[in-house]
Ligand binder design. Structure first.
Ligand SMILES: Cc1cc2nc3c(=O)[nH]c(=O)nc-3n(C[C@H](O)[C@H](O)[C@H](O)COP(=O)(O)O)c2cc1C
Length: 357
């Protein structure tokens, strides 16, 4: 079976397709004897599930099976995580191999792979983010034991934007809301935005903000293994991601150096910065401030509105109206995927790049 791998000391191998029997991953390099809190993993899976009205009607129980490498709740070797696909409806995808969906992987995948199975989006499906969230929950447990915590929340959906800079506890608090907004009034405005698009047979995108706190100064690799490089790579691996920015991101280009530099001071015997425009990373390593970044998600490609496409069989212009069960906005569910991918990256960086001592 084909797998897709990433990581230095913590190697993750992802496998499966949307309408296979199961999806999953193998995690190699978890410390032997590490205890796994299965309830914590289930809680993370709940957050990725679609919420009524604003998410896909495809409901999956998402029970996480730790098939190999765990005995009596403790890691004894490479860990295999498997999640069954119980709710498949392949007929909704009939015809998309002839009239590919604009914005989805169909067209390039049909040219690249002879046996590409378009149903459910095949190996490009966000169904594969389910085992990533399970693996991320394990990584978060490892990081928590080192005082490192990760939290993400929704900063915008369509034209509804959170104008405040949120702190860690507010990001954590987004778990109470179905859009993963930082407060109740944004949650209802963002839900409205999603429902309005869905009623039109359309979709919307948005931005997820993420922060990692507790990283010591100097944490991370350099050059091609740098902390920001590795985080960006993992974020761009999430389906539907179109942009990643750290700290002030593109906004930093209109500042002067005297404004953008995060100036240092000593407080209570600790070096801190007076601002965090860099997003906590300099030279690819942590400067001790929270690692903060934003991830931009495009509107869901599968929409029921009639759109132009091509008919590959007859090599002519055609139209497509996508059926099936889709998220009118991927952002609320993507928040837990961003958290998971950040945790997996930071854990690998911790295992791979210890400071000289
Ligand atoms: C959590 C999540 C849920 C998604 N749900 C859907 C969906 O229901 N329908 C769809 O067409 N795309 C969905 N996507 C996006 C597609 O998987 C993605 O656009 C597609 O694989 C093409 O990849 P690309 O957008 O990175 O180019 C979802 C993405 C995420 C992260």
């Amino acid at each position: 079976m084909e797998t897709y791998s990433v990581g230095n000391k913590l190697v993750l191998r992802l496998f499966g397709r949307s309408h296979d029997e199961s999806v999953g991953c193998v995690l190699e390099g978890l410390p032997e004897g590490m205890e796994i809190d299965f309830e914590g993993v289930s809680r993370a899976m709940e957050l990725r599930k679609p919420k009524d009205g604003i998410g896909t009607p495809r409901k999956e129980p998402d029970e996480v099976l730790f098939e190999d490498g765990v005995v009596d709740g403790k890691v004894v070797g490479p860990v295999t995580i498997r999640i069954m696909n119980r709710n498949r409806r392949s007929s909704s995808y009939d015809g998309l191999d002839v009239t590919p969906r604009p914005g989805h992987a169909d067209l390039p995948a049909l040219f690249k792979f002879k046996d590409y199975d378009v149903s459910g989006g095949g190996q490009f499906s966000a169904r594969l983010t389910a085992p990533l969230v399970a693996a991320g929950a394990v990584a978060q447990q490892y990081l928590a034991s080192k005082g490192i915590r990760v939290a993400a929340y929704t900063r915008s959906i369509g034209n509804v934007r959170d104008s405040k800079d949120r702190g860690f506890e507010e990001a954590e608090g987004s778990k109470a809301f179905r859009t993963r907004a930082a407060d109740a009034s944004l949650d209802s405005a963002m839900s409205e935005e999603i429902l309005a698009a869905a009623e039109d047979g359309d979709s919307v995108g948005g931005v997820v903000g993420c922060m990692v706190v507790g990283l010591p100064i100097g944490f991370g690799g350099i050059w091609f293994d740098a902390l920001d490089v590795s985080v960006a790579r993992m974020m761009f691996s999430i389906p539907a991601v179109k942009g990643v920015e750290f700290g002030k991101g593109f906004g930093i280009t209109s500042m002067r150096g005297s404004e953008s530099n995060d100036q240092y001071c000593v407080r209570d015997g600790r070096i801190i910065a007076l601002s965090n425009n860099m997003g906590g990373v300099c030279g690819g390593m942590s400067d001790g401030m929270p690692l903060t970044f934003n991830v931009a998600f495009k509107p869901t490609p599968s929409i029921s509105k009639r759109q132009r496409t091509v008919n590959l069989r007859e090599m002519r212009d055609d139209y497509v109206e996508v059926k099936g069960r889709h998220d009118p906005c991927v952002v609320p569910r993507a928040v837990s995927v961003v958290e998971a991918m950040a945790a997996i990256t930071v854990m690998d960086q911790d295992l791979s790049f210890q400071p000289d001592q």
